[in-house]
Design a protein around this ligand. Structure first.
Ligand SMILES: *Cc1c(COP(=O)(O)O)cnc(C)c1O
Length: 474
């Protein structure tokens, strides 16, 4: 202790306690409860929590002139602090919003088989970059390359961290320091501040905007092509559309112009639509159609409509994909083995035509009628468990695909709507998220009621959801 402090006059506080009543960190850690906490979780974290709690109490004394009761309260606070810090932050939630590809909730849930391959690949060794037959080095992209190329209808395909990385890499590898021509109407922001013009600038490519916001003609591209032009870029404006007096050349026209001037066309599709979802009313340009139109390179996301893990695919002409693969930045953006495991299972489910094995596609393809049956059964079981002030009913509504793709594309659905005479919808919704001891439930509020869309609730989550609703309305 600082010897001078002995000389300082002491202010005598009886109750409430102040600074001098606080134990030292050493003294605290010597108490029996703290000793057993240290033996359970290790001394360093208990020490750091003790310091944090003491600092909090001191700040409280300073601003209020007194702190909380000294004694066992401090110990309880330290235990709670240690436990909060050690609890896993990333955890499961139940998505009852009906937004299938909810970016905040992790976008696409993976197939069981994908999760199993992730687990075995993660906990054991694998042939990630090893050719077992030859007993020599192999390539990590071998596992997904052929299936992706086949599904995209492309000569070759590589995978990077996400589609933003794919866009960056294509522009960087093919057009750094040179020009890329793009329609002004396609210089869009995808969401969360991701802007196509920004990523283009960061890639080192020079943007050459042509046309106007609502209309761009093929002659606009043609007159902009010069000796520095390396790419004609087409961006799928995923999350918005303009209506009225609009227009842009067809992809075929753009490809024809590219061929005439020997400039490759690159299309950023955003959502990687590999399946035909027209029956569900989804009008997303498919990867196959883009490649069939003669585009030299396309990029798309793996965790949007494709329904796989976070990753981005670059597919196209062999010679161009090879150039991109040889760029040193490819190494910095490569995917890890767990992503490859999940992606391989997902794309092979497509190859087998087993779309319903992919949870996001199963949810999108689920008919409104099927959801209504589930919702009615749900309400029949739930209603008797609810207090009298709550009245659940099944109402018609919409699900949203989400994921920065297919903006206004909604899927007709049925919702379980619950209003309460004593609890406000906001309070009910908040209690569902808290769901202490259980899995947090995320739901929507519509017309002063909380609504649950079973499209995004997996059947084996229904009983947990029901319990959470009962608890929250108690
Ligand atoms: C979503 C999207 C991206 C970014 O994809 P991520 O996989 O989220 O990185 C890029 N371009 C377009 C057109 C998109 O829709």
């Amino acid at each position: 202790m600082d010897p001078s402090s002995k000389l300082a006059p002491k202010t005598v506080h009886s109750d409430p306690p102040a600074f001098q009543d606080l134990p030292s960190v050493d003294e605290l850690l010597g108490r029996s409860r703290m000793i057993s906490l240290s033996s359970k979780f290790g001394r360093p974290i208990v020490l750091s929590s003790a310091r944090a709690v003491l600092a909090r109490v001191r700040a409280q004394i300073k601003s209020h002139g007194h702190g909380p009761k000294v004694g066992s309260d401090l110990e309880a606070e330290i235990s709670a602090d240690v436990e909060t810090r050690l609890a896993l932050s990333l955890r499961r939630v139940i998505n009852a919003t009906g937004v299938v590809l909810h970016t905040n909730l992790g976008r696409a849930p993976l197939a069981r088989e994908a999760a199993d391959l992730i687990a075995s690949t993660a906990t054991r060794y694998s042939n990630l970059e090893y050719d077992v037959a030859q007993g020599q080095r192999g390539r990590r992209d071998a596992h997904t390359r052929d299936a992706l190329a086949e599904l995209a209808g492309a000569e070759a395909a590589i995978v990077v961290n996400n589609n933003a990385a794919a866009v960056f890499l294509v522009l960087h590898a093919l057009a750094k320091g040179e020009e890329v021509i793009v329609s002004r109407g396609e210089l869009i922001e995808i969401g969360d501040g991701f802007r196509i013009p920004d990523i283009m600038t960061e890639s080192g490519a020079v943007i050459r905007e042509v046309g106007t916001t609502n209309r761009t003609h093929i002659r606009d591209y043609e007159s902009a092509i010069g000796e520095h032009t390396r790419l004609l870029l087409r961006v799928h404006p995923s999350n918005f559309h303009i209506t009225g007096f609009t227009g842009r050349p067809s992809l075929e026209e753009l490809v024809a112009t590219g061929e005439r001037f020997h400039v490759p066309v690159y299309e950023d599709l955003g959502s990687g639509c590999l399946a035909d979802l027209s029956e569900q009313g989804i009008r997303e340009p498919s990867v196959g159609a883009s490649c069939a139109a003669g585009v030299s390179v396309v990029t798309f996301s793996c965790d949007k409509l494709l329904g796989g893990p976070q990753a981005g695919v670059i597919a196209g002409k062999k010679e161009i994909i090879e150039r991109i693969r040889r760029n040193p930045v490819f190494r910095a953006l490569r995917v890890d083995k767990l992503t490859i495991a999940a992606l391989e299972v997902t794309v092979k489910a497509y190859l087998r035509g087993a779309l319903d094995e992919i949870p996001a596609l199963r949810m999108i393809r689920m008919t409104a009628e099927k959801i209504r049956e589930r919702a009615e059964r749900f309400v029949a079981v739930l209603a008797p468990r609810l207090p009298g002030h709550a009245n659940p009913e099944v109402v018609a509504g919409d699900s949203v695909i989400g994921g920065g793709s297919t903006p206004d594309q909604q899927l007709p659905s049925y919702l379980v709507a619950i209003g309460s005479a004593v609890r406000s919808a906001t309070n009910f919704e908040e209690r569902l998220r808290e769901n202490s001891g259980g899995i947090p439930v995320v739901a929507r509020i519509e017309n002063d009621r909380v609504v649950f869309d079973l499209r995004t609730v997996q059947p084996d989550e229904e009983s947990e959801l029901m319990t959470a609703i009962v608890q929250a309305l108690r």
